[in-house]
Design a protein around this ligand. Structure first.
Ligand SMILES: Cc1ncc(COP(=O)(O)O)c(C=O)c1O
Length: 562
C-alpha cells in the first residue's frame, strides 16, 4: 500500500464524515468561546438578556474598534497618541482611584497640587520659589476655559455691583479663529462674544482690532498661543501693552486669558524668550491641555490663575481634608485620576531638558515636512514658522480649477491609504480658504514624513489624472461626440464590451479610466437633469461639475479638529 493510498483511504473516511456532519469537520475552528457567539446579533440599543464570557465581549469590542482610524496615522489631532509603558502601568495602577475622594487619596491630591505648581512656575506665575500655584486639573482645555470664563465674569460682576453699575451685559473679546469650546463657554455662561474678524493673509487676532471692541462690560480678552487652524501664536505681548495703556486711560480693569491649549507646553521649551505668560502684567489666567503637547493620555487639562486674587472665592468649594482646607473648583465631581498621575510622571521623568528635546525635535520635523511641501511646488504654507509643530498648507486658488480637485478630495484619497490629514476651511470671514493640516506629534518621524510626502505626491497625480479624464468626458458630451445621457447599454461602452449609438469611433480610443469617468459624468447628468426637470417641468440641460472635492456645505464652524 503506498503512502498515497493510505492517505486517500484515511481522508476518504473523513470526507464521508464531513458530508454527514459538516460542523464537525470545522470543529477546531469553532472551538473558541468567541466562535460560539459569532452568529449572534450584537446588541445596540437594549441589554442582552444573558451575560457573555469576558473574552467574547473583549473580542467583539476590539473587532469593532478595528474599524476606527489608526491613532498613529491620525495627523488631525493635537492629542497625544504614544506613551511609554510606564504611563500605561501607572494608569492601570490607579484605575480605581476617584480623584475627588481627597480624604481617601491624599497623595493623589498632593501629586495634583505639585503638577499645578510646576506648571504655574513654568508659566512665570508670581509665586515664591517654594510656594504653590493657584489652579486645578480639568478634563481638558475646554473645562479649563469654562472655569476661567466663570472667574472673569464673577470678578467683573462683583466690581460692577460694588460700583453701583449695571452688571447684566458681560462680553468677552476674542479672535474669530477661537476653538469651538469658546463659543460653548460664551453660550453656557451667558457672556456675549465679540469676535475680531480675520482678513486675507492675517489668520490671527490683531491686538489693535481687539482693543477697538473692548468696553466697560468686557470681562477679558482671549489671546491664543497656537491657533487650532494654523498653529500661529497671537501677539500677546502687544495685546498686554495696549491693554495697560487702555486700562490706564479709561479706568477699566480688563485682563487677558491665554488659551495655551497647545502652545503652553511648546513655547517655554522652543521659544523661551517669547513673552506670553504671567510675566506679562495683564495675563490673569492660562489654560493648557496636558493631553496635547503635555504628552499625557486624553482627559487632562490645567487652568492656572496669576494669584488667588483672580479666582473669586465664591466659586471655590472647600472640603475639609484631614484638618487642612482643600479647595475644589471643577465643573464635575467624580473623575479618574490616571491622567493626573500620568502628567506627574511626565513632568518628573522629562523635566525641562526632556520637554525641550521633544518639542525641538517635533518642531524640526515640522520644518522638514513644511520645506518638502513647499518644494513640491504644489502647495503654499499657511502656518507660520514660529508656531506649533504643525504644517498647514493649501493649493493655490488657480491650481484648484486647473487640476480639477481640491484639498477635500486629497484628504479623502489619503484616507484610503490610512492617513488622517484633515481638510477644512479657515475661520469665519475666511471660509473660502481651504487647507490641509498635519499635526506633528511624538511618533512622527523623518521616515513617516517621507512616506506621507510620497503618498501626497501619488494622490495628487492620481486625482489629477482622474480629473483630467473626467474633463475630457465632459467635453465629449458637450461637443455632442457622445450622447449626453447614456442609456443603460452605455455600461457596455464604459466597460468596452459594446458601443452606444452616436458615440462613434471616439469610444474605441478611450482609455479605461476615461470610459469610467464618462459613465460617471453621464450618469450624474442624467440624475441632475431628471431631478431638475421634475422640479421645473422644463428641459434644461445641467452642466456637469468636474471639480472633485468639497461639497460646499456650510457648517457652523469649519472642520478644524483638536
Ligand atoms: C486653541 C485651543 N483651545 C482649546 C481647545 C480645546 O481643548 P481640549 O480638547 O483639551 O478641550 C483646543 C483643541 O484643540 C484648541 O486648539
Amino acid at each position: 500500500m503506498t503512502l498515497h493510498s493510505v492517505k486517500r483511504k484515511k481522508y476518504g473516511k473523513d470526507q464521508k464524515r464531513q458530508v454527514k456532519e459538516p460542523v464537525d469537520y470545522n470543529e477546531a475552528l469553532f472551538q473558541s468561546e468567541f466562535a460560539a457567539f459569532s452568529i449572534e446579533e450584537v446588541p445596540r440599543h437594549e441589554l442582552r438578556s444573558h451575560s457573555m464570557p469576558a473574552s467574547v465581549a473583549l473580542s467583539l469590542i476590539k473587532q469593532e474598534l478595528e474599524l476606527d482610524g489608526n491613532p498613529a496615522l491620525n495627523l488631525a489631532s493635537f492629542v497625544s497618541t504614544r506613551y511609554e509603558d510606564e504611563v500605561r502601568q501607572l494608569c492601570d495602577h490607579v484605575l480605581s482611584v476617584n480623584w475627588i475622594d481627597f480624604d481617601e487619596y491624599p497623595q493623589t491630591v498632593d501629586i495634583h497640587n505639585r503638577c499645578v505648581s510646576m506648571i504655574a512656575h513654568l508659566f512665570h506665575a508670581p509665586v515664591g520659589e517654594a510656594e504653590e500655584g493657584v489652579g486645578t486639573g480639568t478634563v481638558g482645555s475646554s473645562e479649563a476655559i469654562m472655569l476661567a470664563v466663570l472667574a472673569m465674569k464673577w470678578r467683573w460682576r462683583k466690581a460692577r455691583r460694588a460700583a453701583g453699575k449695571d452688571a447684566s451685559r458681560p462680553n468677552m473679546v476674542m479672535g474669530s479663529e477661537v476653538q469651538v469650546c469658546w463659543e460653548k463657554a460664551m453660550m453656557y455662561f451667558d457672556v456675549e462674544p465679540k469676535y475680531v474678524p480675520l482678513h486675507d493673509d492675517v489668520y490671527v487676532m490683531e491686538p489693535e482690532r481687539a482693543l477697538e471692541l473692548c468696553d466697560e462690560n468686557t470681562i477679558g480678552v482671549c489671546g491664543i498661543l497656537g491657533t487650532t487652524y494654523t498653529g500661529e501664536f497671537e501677539d500677546i505681548e502687544r495685546l498686554d501693552a495696549l491693554l495697560t495703556k487702555k486700562n490706564k486711560e479709561t479706568g477699566w480693569d480688563i485682563g487677558i486669558h491665554v488659551d495655551a491649549a497647545s502652545g503652553g507646553f511648546v513655547a517655554p521649551f522652543v521659544y523661551p524668550n517669547l513673552k506670553w505668560d504671567f510675566a506679562l502684567r495683564n495675563v490673569r489666567s492660562i489654560n493648557v491641555s496636558g493631553h496635547k503637547y503635555g504628552l499625557a493620555p486624553p482627559g487632562i487639562g490645567w487652568v492656572l490663575w496669576r494669584s488667588a486674587e483672580y479666582l473669586p472665592d465664591e466659586l471655590v468649594f472647600h472640603v475639609n481634608y484631614l484638618g487642612a482646607d482643600q479647595a475644589s473648583f471643577t465643573l464635575n465631581f467624580s473623575r479618574g485620576s490616571a491622567q493626573i498621575i500620568a502628567s506627574y510622571y511626565l513632568l518628573l521623568r522629562l523635566g525641562r531638558s526632556g520637554y525641550t528635546t521633544v518639542m525641538r525635535t517635533l518642531k524640526e520635523l515640522a520644518e522638514y515636512f513644511a520645506d518638502a511641501i513647499v518644494a513640491s511646488g504644489r502647495f503654499y504654507l499657511l502656518s507660520d514658522r514660529k508656531s506649533l509643530p504643525l504644517v498647514a498648507f493649501a493649493m493655490p486658488d488657480e491650481d484648484r480649477e486647473r487640476v480639477g480637485f481640491d484639498e477635500y478630495a486629497l484628504a479623502a484619497e489619503l484616507r484610503k491609504r490610512g492617513w488622517i490629514v484633515p481638510a477644512y476651511t479657515l475661520a469665519p470671514k475666511l471660509e473660502h480658504r481651504k487647507l490641509l493640516r498635519v499635526v506633528v506629534r511624538i511618533g512622527f518621524t523623518r521616515d513617516r514624513a517621507e512616506m506621507l510626502l510620497q503618498d501626497i505626491d501619488h494622490t495628487y497625480n492620481h486625482l489629477q489624472h482622474i480629473a483630467g479624464v473626467m474633463r475630457v468626458a465632459q467635453q465629449s458630451i458637450e461637443s455632442g461626440a457622445v450622447k449626453a445621457s447614456l442609456p443603460p447599454e452605455s455600461h457596455h461602452a464604459a466597460t468596452g464590451v459594446g458601443k452606444t449609438s452616436g458615440a462613434g469611433d471616439l469610444l474605441e480610443e478611450l482609455t479605461a479610466d476615461f470610459k469610467h469617468a464618462l459613465h460617471a459624468v453621464s450618469a450624474r447628468n442624467t440624475r441632475n437633469d431628471t431631478k431638475k426637470n421634475a422640479r421645473e417641468h422644463v428641459e434644461v440641460p445641467q452642466k456637469p461639475r468636474v471639480v472633485l472635492g468639497h461639497n460646499g456645505k456650510k457648517t457652523k464652524r469649519s472642520g478644524a479638529v483638536c
